[in-house]
Design a protein around this ligand. Structure first.
Ligand code: AHR
Length: 305
C-alpha cells in the first residue's frame, strides 16, 4: 500500500497510518465516538483504516490481524470485552506495532501488550451514580429497591460501573440491589430487561442503567406499564448524550453521570507520539462531570452529541 508524503507527520516524512477497530454502533455515545475519531484523523492528517467490529470480538481480532498484515504504524481499538486479547496483541507486539487502547480496558497480566489506555474512569462513574443515590435517600430507613441494567457482559464499562456503584452504596444496607441483568448497552435491551424486572418485582424504587440508551429503554417499559419514570421510579444513567440529557430535562431521568465520547483529538496526539517512538503516559483519563435536571437544561442548547 502506497503511503502519501505529507512532510513531517509523526517525525518521519510519510503520513502516519492508524488501524482502528471500533466496538459497533450500539449507542449514541458510540456514534459520537466514531465521528470524533474519524474527524480528528482527517484534521491530524492521519491515514485512518476504520473497521467496525459489529459487537463481535472475533471481528475485532480479524481487524487487528489485518492491521498487522498491512503494517500500519499504530493500532488503536476499543475492546468489546476485557478478556481474550493476549494472542492477537502479541502478534502486533512481534511486528513492533504500538497498540493504544481507546475507551475500554483489557484484562491481561502482560501490560507490555499495549502502550496506553485513553478513556474514562468507569469505576469513578459508578461511584458518582451510587453517591447520588446515597445523598438522595440520606436519613431514610426503609428499604430502597434498586434494579441494575448492566452494559455488555464482560465489558470494562459494565464491570467497572457495577464495582464503583456497589462500593458507593455498600455501607448503606437499606439501599438494596434486588436484580441485575445485561441490557447490552442498547435501548431495546434496556426495555426488554426492564419489562422482565417489572414482571418479577413489585415496587421497584430505582433503576441504575449503565448507559443512556438502556435508561431510555427503561422509560419505554415503565410508561408502557402505566408508571411515571422519574417520579414513581427514579432512574440514573451514564453517558450524558443528547437523548439522555433531554429525558433528564423532561424529568424522566433523575441523574446522569457523564462519559465523554470525544476522544479523537487526544487519540491522534497519542498516535503521532507513538509513531515517532516517543514514550506515552500509561493512562490518560478523560475529564467528566455529572448532570441533574437543572444542569441538563443549561447545557442542552450547546450539546454536540
Ligand atoms: O465504553 C463506553 C460505553 O459504551 C458507553 O457508556 C456506552 O454508551 C457505549 O456503548
Amino acid at each position: 500500500e502506497e503511503k502519501t508524503d505529507t512532510g513531517g507527520q509523526g517525525g518521519g516524512t510519510e503520513q502516519v497510518s492508524l488501524g482502528f477497530s471500533q466496538v459497533g454502533s450500539e449507542s449514541s455515545w458510540r456514534v459520537a465516538n466514531t465521528k470524533s475519531v474519524q474527524d480528528s484523523a482527517v484534521s491530524a492528517g492521519i491515514a485512518l483504516d476504520f473497521q467496525d467490529g459489529k459487537q463481535q470480538q472475533e471481528n475485532q481480532i480479524t481487524a487487528i490481524r489485518g492491521f498487522v498484515q498491512k503494517k500500519v504504524d499504530v493500532i488503536a481499538f476499543s475492546p468489546i470485552v476485557e478478556s481474550g486479547w493476549d494472542a492477537v496483541l502479541q502478534e502486533a507486539k512481534d511486528a513492533k506495532i504500538p497498540v493504544i487502547l481507546t475507551d475500554r480496558a483489557i484484562d491481561t497480566t502482560d501490560t507490555s501488550l499495549y502502550r496506553t489506555l485513553l478513556g474514562s474512569d468507569f469505576v469513578a462513574e459508578g461511584r458518582k451514580a451510587g453517591q447520588w443515590l446515597v445523598d438522595r435517600y440520606r436519613g431514610r430507613q426503609d428499604d430502597i429497591k434498586i434494579v441494575q441494567i448492566e452494559g455488555t457482559t464482560g465489558s470494562a464499562p459494565a464491570n467497572h460501573r457495577r464495582v464503583g456503584f456497589t462500593e458507593a452504596i455498600e455501607s448503606y444496607p437499606h439501599l438494596k440491589v434486588i436484580d441485575s441483568k445485561d441490557g447490552e448497552f442498547t435501548r431495546e435491551g434496556g426495555e426488554r430487561v426492564m419489562k422482565t424486572f417489572l414482571a418479577k418485582h413489585k415496587d421497584i424504587d430505582v433503576v441504575y442503567a449503565h448507559n443512556d440508551e438502556e435508561g431510555l429503554g427503561a422509560i419505554d417499559a415503565l410508561e408502557a406499564a402505566g408508571k411515571k419514570p422519574g417520579e414513581d421510579v427514579l432512574i440514573i444513567t451514564v453517558d450524558a448524550s443528547r437523548g439522555g440529557l433531554e429525558a433528564l430535562a423532561a424529568g424522566k431521568l433523575n441523574f446522569v453521570v457523564e462519559c465523554n465520547p470525544l476522544l479523537g483529538p487526544q487519540l491522534m496526539d497519542l498516535v503521532k507520539k507513538a509513531a515517532a517512538g516517543e514514550t506515552l503516559p500509561t493512562r490518560v483519563v478523560t475529564d467528566e462531570t455529572v448532570f441533574d435536571q437543572a444542569k441538563a437544561k443549561e447545557v442542552l442548547p450547546t450539546r454536540q452529541y
